[in-house]
Design a protein around this ligand. Structure first.
Ligand SMILES: *Cc1c(COP(=O)(O)O)cnc(C)c1O
Length: 308
């Protein structure tokens, strides 16, 4: 059984976000804390996994095999879920054996780890890539890198429901739109599908243009057969994925002190800084209410701090 018990549903708190640049522009932001859904399992990666877990369960699998890097939030969430729900997990890792805080957690959670090297990892989209792994682990179900694709997006519809159920507790009857970080755009695509045009979704791109987020998002929306899709992608990559610069780090520091909320620099920190730039450019009229998603990933920060 790969599915959580019916009484276990990770819940993300929705809170007011108080920052002076929002107040002075008259913009109200509520932050949806996907970083707080569970003590072990953090972030949007849980929501991206749900439909994959259901498919694996239907296929009679006893566990999940998937791929990622040595700081991967996806593998971390997968391994934690496997430990929590008691199913087997195998992780195929990019590069050569490394001892990162993430990898130590994966192993502590009971994930079987294999290092593919860089060339071996690049071959992950080639036909035949999965065959030897399926032979070695016939009882496992393969989930693509990051938990992407339409199943990943469909699981993210629950993100909208969780926020909407808490609006009244903030004194809000409605909101204008969403603001969140994008890596593959799967989470954004899920929200766009769930909204069906009712509220726009703004995606702050944590990766440069050549990562093909825009075509990936349109492909998911097309595959779902959706006709109403209101979203916009905004560059927030600051010269490359996984790169941080002093102004970004200073902004994160200030925001953490002012809000009391820890930010993860590669996605959430960049997304919040991109929002600040748009707010200062008067992109949103005073009185606008936005839901900003904290997509989690704080676990990956440990490796980053060590590299600096
Ligand atoms: C993976 C990840 C994202 C990006 O999600 P996509 O669905 O790939 O766009 C954003 N924030 C964090 C912390 C992540 O780990």
């Amino acid at each position: 059984m790969l599915l959580p018990p019916a009484n276990w549903l990770p819940q993300a708190p929705l809170e007011h976000l108080h920052l002076d640049w929002l107040t002075s522009a008259g913009i109200e932001v509520a932050i949806l804390r996907l970083d707080q859904i569970d003590p072990l399992i953090s972030g949007n990666k849980w929501f991206k996994l749900v439909e994959h877990l259901k498919a694996a369960d239907r296929a009679g699998a006893e566990g999940i095999i998937s791929l990622g890097g040595a700081h991967s939030n996806h593998l971390h969430a997968l391994a934690a879920t496997g430990k929590r729900l008691g199913f087997d997990t195998v992780g195929l890792l990019r590069g050569h054996a490394q001892d990162t805080p993430t990898v130590r957690d994966l192993q502590a959670f009971g994930m079987q780890v294999h290092w593919l090297g860089y060339g071996g990892y690049r071959a992950r989209h080639e036909p035949g890539f999965w065959q030897p792994w399926q032979q070695q682990y016939p009882h496992l179900y393969a989930v693509p890198e990051g938990g992407g694709g339409l199943p990943g997006a469909l699981g993210c519809a629950a993100i909208k429901e969780q926020a909407q159920a808490q609006l009244a507790s903030l004194g809000w009857s409605d909101y204008y739109g969403w603001w969140l970080a994008c890596g593959t755009g799967t989470t954004l695509a899920g929200l766009v599908l769930a909204e069906a045009g009712a509220h726009p979704v703004y995606g702050a791109l944590a990766v440069p243009d050549d990562h093909g987020v825009a075509p990936q998002v349109s492909a998911i929306i097309r595959e779902a057969g959706a006709t109403d899709a209101t979203y916009e992608l905004i560059d927030a990559s600051r010269d490359g994925f996984a790169k941080v610069d002093p102004p970004l780090l200073e902004f994160i520091d200030q925001s953490e002190q002012a809000s009391g909320i820890l930010l993860e620099p590669l996605y959430t920190g960049k997304a919040l800084l991109a929002l600040k730039q748009q707010v200062e450019a008067r992109r949103f009229a005073p009185g606008t209410r936005l839901i900003f998603i904290h997509t989690g990933g704080l676990q990956g920060r440990r490796g980053l701090a060590a590299n600096r």
